[in-house]
Design a binder for this molecule. Structure first.
Ligand code: SF4
Length: 269
């Protein structure tokens, strides 16, 4: 994956140097349409080197090819096997969706559970904790809103209230149980679709698949809870909400069939 992104330079990295000096520093892995077929190989290789991983699917690339769904399913399938067989290894972010948040919504109802809080929650510090200053001194909510990146669209945010960002919520997401666990990038939405609120539809499908994969892996782990550190010390309330989240995902999320492998990812364990 590194060689695909960075000109065949992996062999020139002194990996031991970084592991020795920054043992707690995770490696950032942004998985694109180019590298997704190597996801499991890349993640397990880093785990074998003793490196922690922050891993996410790239925003702003074209995920619309149907084959990406099958590829991601196959790769997540391999990772689920790896993590269930290696309980001491902390799973990468792609499989750690906080399904207790989903369960909390289902249990308490959208009004009572503070769905308003989720609707107004941002995925980054855009416009409140983050500022990008252009050469003329004008301030923008992040670097992707700067005129050299967004062109004429860079001023569309001027009336937005980033402290209560309901205006940044895609109406299609309002009823989605995955809203509390589904990341987005407002700047990339502005660049790709001309609207900071409008989410990436193909990426939405991949997020649904991730939710199913997470529900599968977490269900398997909960069935043997004491082996897995991420659940061994969790409170009974978190366990209950996680189970409810798993049930909600497995009964409520539907994805188009795309590969043989996906059928192994989806069923309740
Ligand atoms: S999974 Fe799709 S519909 Fe649900 S919150 Fe994410 S982008 Fe919106």
């Amino acid at each position: 994956m590194h060689n695909l992104n960075r000109s065949q330079s992996f062999d020139r990295i002194d990996v031991d140097f970084f592991v020795r000096n920054w043992p707690d520093q995770p490696v950032k892995m942004t998985v694109s349409d180019i590298t997704i077929g190597h996801l499991a190989e890349g993640v397990t290789h880093l785990h074998e080197l003793g490196i922690q991983i922050q891993c996410n699917l790239a925003q702003g690339v074209d995920w619309s090819e149907p084959e990406h769904l099958g590829t991601l399913a196959a790769e997540l399938d391999k990772l689920i096997s790896f993590y269930t067989e290696n309980p001491a290894v902390a799973p990468c972010d792609l499989l750690t969706m906080h399904l207790a948040s989903v369960g909390g919504i289902c249990r308490e109802g959208r009004e009572l559970s503070g769905i308003g809080e989720h609707e107004s929650r941002k995925w980054c510090g855009i416009g409140t904790d983050l500022v990008a200053v252009d050469v003329d001194g004008r301030e923008y909510p992040c670097h992707l809103f700067l005129p050299f990146a967004a062109g004429d669209r860079s001023e569309t945010f001027r009336n937005a209230d980033f402290a209560d960002c309901r205006s940044l919520l895609d109406p299609r997401c309002r009823e989605c149980i995955l809203l509390p666990v589904c990341p987005t990038c407002y700047g990339m939405s502005l660049l790709r679709r001309g609207n900071a609120a409008e989410r990436d539809e193909p990426l939405c499908t991949l997020t649904n698949l991730r939710a199913l994969a997470c529900s599968n892996m977490q269900a398997r782990m909960l069935a043997d809870r004491d082996r897995y550190p991420q659940f061994r010390d969790s409170s009974e309330e978190v366990i209950l909400f996680t189970i409810m989240g798993i049930e909600a995902v497995q009964s409520g999320i539907r994805i188009p069939p795309a590969s043989e492998s996906m059928s192994r990812v989806c069923p309740v364990a």
